[in-house]
Design a protein around this ligand. Structure first.
Ligand code: NDP
Ligand code: 8X3
Length: 254
């Protein structure tokens, strides 16, 4: 039977690269995203190689998520993979001056959206059983703080702990849960974070040889294709150019 993977946020970056990687291997795809034109173009392209079902969806909209998932054609009754990828960071200003609406949007997308897709699709993953995988896209920001990471880092810390907790509840079902925690990767992520500021985007990646979306897709593909008795709990990856910066000390009291 053909394997099916459900990918949230497939209109760019990691999600799009995953869609291409899994299509190349013959998996059927359910692809989601808000930008309809991009989603339709990707679905049209990949449907020349495999079966593709597109859902124009905002993961923050619980009712729309419920309706779309309930309305999936019967051939998607079983899923071998769920890639919870849709997410974003908004801004990197210090906590006292940043925008509370941005904080709310990050929580609604990175935490609540991921909760909705997970809970609503769990029965279909359990129906597949052994070898099925929930792959959550966390971040190094969920493991280590940096100035301006505040709520974004908090949402990704949620993803890490939620992933580990889910494993406990899914023990015995055969369904695996993995969390990848990438560092600096080049994608529209930084354009979204800096509100379309191309100069800040360029400065983020300049000279750093960042990880590319295709690298992440290859890692995710490897995780989902591990033997069914192995669960990759978490996998943290950075470009070689990136490392930790150490503690900072306020010496203004001197
Ligand atoms: P992109 O901005 O390229 O992709 C983000 C994807 O998420 C898009 O397809 C976007 O689609 C979708 N998305 C965002 N908000 C929503 C929403 N409300 N409803 C549905 N889809 C949504 O960034 P990346 O590919 O880099 O990011 C993917 C994931 O990886 C995110 O969770 C991010 O936090 C994480 N990550 C990124 C890193 C990086 O350095 N790039 C490093 C570590 C983790 P659309 O706008 O069409 O809805
Ligand atoms: C994205 C990586 O370092 O910009 O999650 O937070 S970082």
């Amino acid at each position: 039977m053909t394997s099916t993977v459900f990918i949230t946020g497939a209109t760019s970056g990691f999600g799009e690269a995953c869609a291409r990687r899994f299509a190349q291997a013959g998996w059927s795809l359910v692809l989601t995203g808000r930008r309809q034109e991009r989603l339709e173009a990707l679905c049209a392209e990949l449907s020349q190689h495999t079966e593709v079902h597109g859902l124009v969806l905002d993961v923050r909209d619980r009712k729309a998520m419920e309706a779309a998932i309930e309305g999936l054609p019967p051939r998607f009754a079983k899923l071998r993979g769920l890639i919870n990828n849709a997410g974003l960071a908004l801004g990197a200003d210090p906590a006292p001056t940043c925008d509370l609406d941005d904080w709310e949007t990050m929580v609604d997308t990175n935490i609540k959206g991921l909760m909705y897709s997970t809970r609503l699709l769990l029965p279909r993953l359990i129906a597949h059983g052994r070898g099925a995988t929930i792959l959550n896209v966390g971040s190094v920001a969920g493991n280590y703080p940096y100035p301006g990471s505040h709520v974004y880092g908090g949402t990704k810390a949620f993803v890490g702990q939620f992933s580990r907790s889910l494993r406990c509840d899914l023990q015995g079902t055969g369904v695996r849960v993995s969390n990848i925690e990438p560092g600096l990767c080049e994608s529209e992520f930084s354009l979204v974070r800096f509100a379309g500021d191309q100069a800040r985007y360029d400065a983020t990646y300049a000279g750093a040889e960042p990880i590319q979306p295709q690298d992440i897709a290859e890692t995710i593909f490897w995780i989902l294709n591990q033997p069914a008795h192995i669960n990759i709990n978490s996998l943290e990856l950075m470009p070689v150019s990136q490392a930790w910066a150490g503690f900072s000390i306020d010496r203004s009291k001197a």
